[in-house]
Design a protein around this ligand. Structure first.
Ligand SMILES: Nc1ncnc2c1ncn2[C@@H]1O[C@H](COP(=O)(O)OP(=O)(O)OP(=O)(O)O)[C@@H](O)[C@H]1O
Ligand SMILES: [Mg+2]
Length: 268
């Protein structure tokens, strides 16, 4: 075949392939757009459903309070106090889950605005210890606070970081078998303060270290043990700590324990 004819053939072949590829790219772009709008619709649906769960839950909580008052006033109802505190703990769990689902959906949809405030680090962490005192006591554990002295004030979204620390503490409690101790640390590093939750429990297998931060990611070893858990807590922690800086890290040794840390900006 003459060289010129060969060039023309190649050119036509190339043009034809280019047109095919352009068509495919166009189709793919259309599908991405459709998927994006479907996932946004799904997020909004989650927002509505989760938000609407709040009202019946508040009604349940109000009725819990009424029953609780009755139990406290009437000695003959004392036998129901255990059942009633179980209801309370499940209400707290559901409230936390609702808040987490709503915030995850908002962060994923870039619709969450942080509300940063300046707090006194020691006082803030002390209030976290007090808030979790019931859980710690029920599990016959100790939650110890160890902060640098002095430690600077920090800037954070209080409600969100409270949930992050509550999640880490609940996890530490759930996975502590060999030692009753959990330590909550705050250490200054440059212009930031590092918060960490250290436990001396089961630890996490190396192969699962990444997976546990994924949505619904659980270490298979623990999957069947805690059926009521969802594998959402650390995903929520990851999203919130990324909004505050550089995310969350874990150091863990199987059989020895785990330390989860993240940092927040300090206030000069
Ligand atoms: N302190 C810890 N020690 C050992 N394993 C842990 C610890 N924290 C988390 N894990 C592992 O990481 C997994 C994911 O944790 P995450 O908090 O995201 O979910 P969960 O606790 O299973 O459920 P949820 O928090 O949604 O109720 C856990 O299932 C567990 O396997
Ligand atoms: Mg958890």
């Amino acid at each position: 075949m003459p060289v010129l004819q060969q060039k023309i053939n190649y050119h036509e072949l190339f043009e034809g392939q280019k047109m095919e590829a352009d068509k495919e790219i166009k189709q793919l772009k259309k599908e991405i757009k459709k998927l994006k709008s479907e996932s946004e619709e799904m997020r909004l649906l989650i927002d509505f459903v989760v938000h609407d769960l709040k009202n019946p839950l508040s009604t349940i909580e109000m009725n819990y309070e009424i029953i609780n008052d009755a139990i406290e006033e009437d000695g003959s109802l004392q036998k129901y106090s255990g059942v009633n505190s179980l209801i309370k703990s499940q209400i707290i769990r559901m409230k936390g889950l609702i808040l987490e689902l709503l915030n995850i959906s908002r962060i994923e949809g870039s619709r969450l605005q942080l509300n940063p405030v300046t707090v006194n680090t020691h006082e803030f962490l002390q209030s976290i210890v007090e808030e979790n005192a019931g859980l710690i006591k029920n599990n016959e554990m100790n939650l110890i606070l160890k902060t640098d002295s002095p430690v600077p004030d920090v800037q954070l979204d209080e409600a969100l970081i409270r949930r992050v620390l509550a999640n880490l503490i609940v996890n530490a409690v759930n996975h502590s078998v060999s030692s009753p101790e959990i330590i909550l640390h705050a250490n200054k590093k440059g212009k930031r303060v590092i918060f960490s939750v250290e436990d001396f429990g089961t630890g996490i297998p190396k192969k699962d270290m990444k997976k546990i931060f994924e949505k619904f990611g659980q270490s298979p070893k623990n999957k069947n043990e805690k059926r009521e858990n969802h594998g959402l807590g650390l995903y929520f922690c990851k999203l919130v700590t990324q909004l505050h800086g550089d995310g969350i890290k874990v150091k863990s040794t199987e059989g020895k324990g785990s330390t989860f840390s993240f940092s927040v900006p300090s206030v000069p």
